[in-house]
Design a protein around this ligand. Sequence first.
Ligand code: CO
Length: 180
Amino acid sequence: MAVLEIVTPKSTNGAILRNPTKRVRVFDAALHTLLDDMVLTMREANGAGLAAPQIGLDQRISVIEWPDDPDNPEESLRRYEIINPEIVKAKGAEEGQEGCLSLPGLAADVVRATFLLVKFQDRDGKEVRLKVYDWLARIFQHEIDHLNGVLMLDRAETIYRVVENAEGEFDLIPLEEVAA
Ligand code: CO
């Protein structure tokens, strides 16, 4: 398995983050290796989700890892491999603070639906329908946005720069104040 390089807007291929992706049609061993590499890359970067454009590929693939039980995050970590995903139904709205592996040093307040019914294919091409709630629903929306060339900045109420202070803690400074 290989840890892949994460694309940022400043990367030479950074424009790929803004491009819509293509449907996956072949579910073979190469796809399985790619999914494993994406999960490894996400873990190495301490992320909860990673989409194919973030590793320079224009394919409708994202991986997500999130605990089923917030009280036992280690034991209940679940891996989602979402290929050709579509949001069938979305309900609710809640603001929350997101980060993105392609936007290091930034955070954003984004309003997202709190419930989704999503349809996607697994690594063998089998169709899956899944209901997701709350923070996991937020991650799904963030990752599916990536597959449409949309970044959290496009939906943000407020964008923050994340700055480490003298105590080694992280302060969030709204971008308007950074610019002022
Ligand atoms: Co992201």
